[in-house]
Design a protein around this ligand. Structure first.
Ligand code: CMC
Length: 371
């Protein structure tokens, strides 16, 4: 047996959902650049679940179904109120809430294809509501009910603030959702597939995936990027701060990737959005600091930024609290997780790799009283 640490380069499944080939990311063969410029998040959800773009009627139908399923049971909202709210990270709250939500789904253990698709719609529809409701409840505010006339991007921002977003915010948020929707066999997607490959239910799969996304080496990086920018504080401080970190061999959050070598194709879209939005909000320093950090890290380490780097200043410019950045990632990525879960069910085999044992050799058992 030979060990491949971190499963680097190991091909663990086939999938027709998304691909990374030569640093190009596609969803079902569509370049992410085209989708980011042209499509709505709902179109991408349809694409990931059906492996084709919807026509007008199909898209309208999906939008209607998502809007109709966006409310969450009162019990789940009340459950948030019992959390030690000032200490709980929203990702931990979301992980718990999705698991709890499953208890109220009468079809949770119905594993037919039709029931699984209905659950996928319910989960996709309710995730934004859960994140926005928790964000308000922890501030002592009442949750804002989802609106049936708004798309996913606008509805999320509306539920967060109680105000309908302007078209610039809606477009930016929609693009961020499109860019985060799927990413081949990333850690949280693999986690979801491992979980449901035991024939466990969809709620278990999504709960597991949220747990994996939470870590700072994966989705949690976007919050850490904003923490770093805030710590640095100004463009003048960037050089010393980054040089010090690199000299200490510390990682710079939002840089590097297991698969991409030349760069993450999603980053350029978020970079352009960051430039535009930070100017509009009168805080260009976040973008300027980010560009300076990118110059230093790429020049010294030749490690380019990933999706999480510029998304931090984008979300900050949209007025979103920093610890909600990773839950927003989950609001989008749940679409990909669900596509992968359905694909796993359709062609399942238990995922059970091996470990190379490196503990002690055979030992003789010594009875407790003799130790
Ligand atoms: N800053 C400084 N050095 C880095 C960084 C970084 N962000 N990323 C990798 N390196 C160095 C690392 O120190 C190592 O150097 P050496 O060979 O001298 O020890 C080398 O590059 C390889 O790093 P690795 O950690 O073994 O690479 P990996 O493929 O296991 O990890 C990664 C990939 C994304 C976890 C890593 O690049 C990282 O920790 N980045 C920071 C966290 C981050 O931004 N995560 C978001 C990932 S993309 C979106 C997502 O999936 O959520």
């Amino acid at each position: 047996m030979s060990v491949t640490k971190g499963l680097e380069g190991v091909v663990a499944t086939t999938s027709s959902i998304s691909s990374i080939i030569d640093d190009t990311l596609t969803y079902v063969g569509y370049n992410i650049d085209d989708l980011a410029e042209n499509s709505s998040f709902e179109e991408v959800v349809y694409l990931l679940w059906n492996r084709r773009l919807p026509n007008t009627l199909e898209l309208e139908d999906l939008k209607i179904q998502l809007a109709a399923n966006a409310s969450v049971p009162e019990e789940v909202l009340n459950h948030f109120k019992t959390f030690p709210i000032d200490k709980v990270h929203p990702m931990a709250a979301l992980r718990t809430a999705v698991s709890y939500l499953g208890l109220f789904d009468e079809e949770a253990d119905n594993a037919t294809d039709e029931a699984n698709l209905r659950k996928a719609i319910r989960l996709q529809a309710k995730m934004p509501t859960l994140v926005a409701a928790f964000a308000r409840i922890r501030k002592g505010l009442e949750p804002v009910a989802p609106r049936k006339d708004l798309g996913v991007a606008a509805n999320f921002l509306y539920m967060l603030t109680g105000e309908e977003p302007d078209s610039i915010a809606e477009e930016a948020f929609n693009k961020a959702l499109v860019l985060h929707a799927d990413h081949e066999l990333n850690a949280s997607t693999f986690t979801a597939r491992v979980c449901v490959a035991t024939l466990s239910d969809i709620y278990s799969g999504i709960t597991s995936a949220i747990g994996a996304l939470k870590g700072p080496l994966h989705g949690g990086a976007n919050e850490q990027v904003m923490k770093m920018l805030t710590e640095i504080g100004s463009v003048e401080n960037v050089e010393d701060y980054i040089n010090q970190k690199l000299a200490n061999k510390e990682k710079i959050m939002g840089f590097g990737h297991r698969v991409y070598r030349k760069g993450d194709p999603r980053a350029k879209h978020l970079k352009a959005m960051s430039e535009k939005l930070t100017k509009l909000t009168g805080e260009p320093k976040w973008y300027e600091m980010s560009v300076k950090i990118e110059d230093l890290v790429t020049n010294q380490k030749n490690i380019p930024p990933n999706v999480d780097f510029y998304s931090a200043s984008v979300y900050h410019s949209l007025g979103i609290e920093h610890d909600l950045f990773t839950p927003i990632f989950a609001v989008s990525r749940v679409s990909g997780w669900l596509a992968h879960i359905l694909e796993q069910y359709a062609n399942n085999r238990l995922i059970r790799p091996r470990a190379e044992y490196n503990g002690p050799g055979m030992q003789s058992y010594v009875r407790l009283e003799d130790r």
